[in-house]
Design a protein. Sequence first.
Length: 600
Amino acid sequence: MSSQKMRTTYCGLVTEAHMGQTVTLCGWVNRRRDHGGVIFVDLRDREGYVQIVCDPDRAETFKTAEGLRNEFCVQVIGLVRARPAGTTNDGLKSGKIEVLCHELTVLNPSVTPPFQVDDENLSETTRLMHRVLDLRRPYMQNNLMLRYKVSMETRKFLDANGFIDIETPMLTKSTPEGARDYLVPSRVHDGMFFALPQSPQLFKQLLMVAGFDRYYQITKCFRDEDLRADRQPEFTQIDVETSFLTEEEIRVMFEGMIRSTFKNVIDVDLPAFPVMKHADAMRLYGSDKPDLRVKLEFTELTDVMKDVDFKVFSSPANQADGRVVGLRVPGGGDMTRGEIDGYTEFVKIYGAKGLAWIKVNEASKGRDGLQSPIVKNLHDAAIAAIVERTCAQDGDLIFFGADKAKIVNDAIGALRVKVGHSEFGKARGLIDGAWKPLWVVDFPMFEYDDDAQRWNAVHHPFTSPKDGHEDWLETDPGRCVAKAYDAVLNGIELGGGSVRIHREDVQSKVFRALKIDAEEAQAKFGFLLDALQYGAPPHGGIAIGLDRFVMLMAGAESLRDVIAFPKTQRAQCLLTQAPGPVDEKQLRELHIRLRNTQVA
């Protein structure tokens, strides 16, 4: 090997500016091509590709080049020259040059890889089992570089606004914050357990009481819950807390952080975030994270369906927790019965029993202008209300949801998004491809659990009620609205936060509303309650999901495409085969005995 620098520049950064220079490159063989006595090698590193030319005039170098195979790690010393006319590649930074190889050294050969790095038709199982090779793919390299840039821009913004990075513990106390905790047994303290943090929530509040004013951390959080494409058992959070800012001031600041990060990382100018109340989001879209790109809205029909003969509509319309809505699809009259049947099966995923529909052939004719098996069961006033409220036009289709409000919201909300994003929806302009952010605010503080017969916190039990709502905490919790807010982008929750409770008396009222008595509250949260008594400042914050943030920017379909070493939907790492068994000696040290899970 030459005595000069091991590398003078990255492969993907060699351009016309290096013309006539001798460069030293290191990377991996992406392809080797033998063109009748001249060998071409596409050499790859994290910055991209460069074409290497090996000429038979240099016998030793040419012989080494003949033995190269995909994924060999090599060093090349050579002269940068222009590519011959007609052979340039405008898709590469290095597309107008090539490197004439003077010296070629194999730093490390490779066994035959299980797949080609430029193969785009790989199963996710194959990718995760061979994640190290998968991470060499330009798609994954670009995603992780993007993730790095997002983290850096976030830090720059927070640093410029006076926030300081403070670490909080990974081994902490198990507290009820919604999802299951990951528990860690203590070897030193027999029968005792740490928990991995679901978030740094309690510690960042303590830091506010301690007077640090503006805290942030890009940190791991852990939740032992069922997974999906946008959820992982361990995920990364841009976690922020600040004192002496109002709810609106917090939103303005972190809208600025999101917008500046988009601009500086991918040169996208996000529009200003409209503010929508939670009640309006549920009324119009059936979702607290509506995708505003889809130009479809719910029409409320519960009141006009109370006295129709069609029990599918009238029964939920007369229930306290029931709801009936219409979803007008402009031009939907062109849908085939097969397409409608497909949507009917789709909504069943969300608990709906079926999907009623009406095709509007001639709106001016009332009942006679409608086509549907359900029309005969609806009286004239109901039909007139449907046409008038939905603003139905000739050629439209109206879908209906009728059930418990939660089922209607989930099913018709998902249907709205599916229709909008379908080829049908795109062809008829039912979706706007632009970025559509918003703030969803004024969440209810509590939701009632019918099975447990108790109230649960919608966000977490440290969220402050709106001013004037404190007295309802014990008399009518369902009326309480929280100083809570979620940042939503294109139907995905980027993150959420709230103004926190900074007074011990209000925090105690919330615990009582949640049926957490004084003894239990002291046992689980005593350290926080005690701290609030020492002049705790008004404070609040937000947590942005870094993984989701990057997933949206990258246009990826799964969080696993923007995380270096992710878990599967069964919370397994196929690369390391974790989780795995441990030996009996380790279990004894932790005072743990495994019981046969097959035995009741």
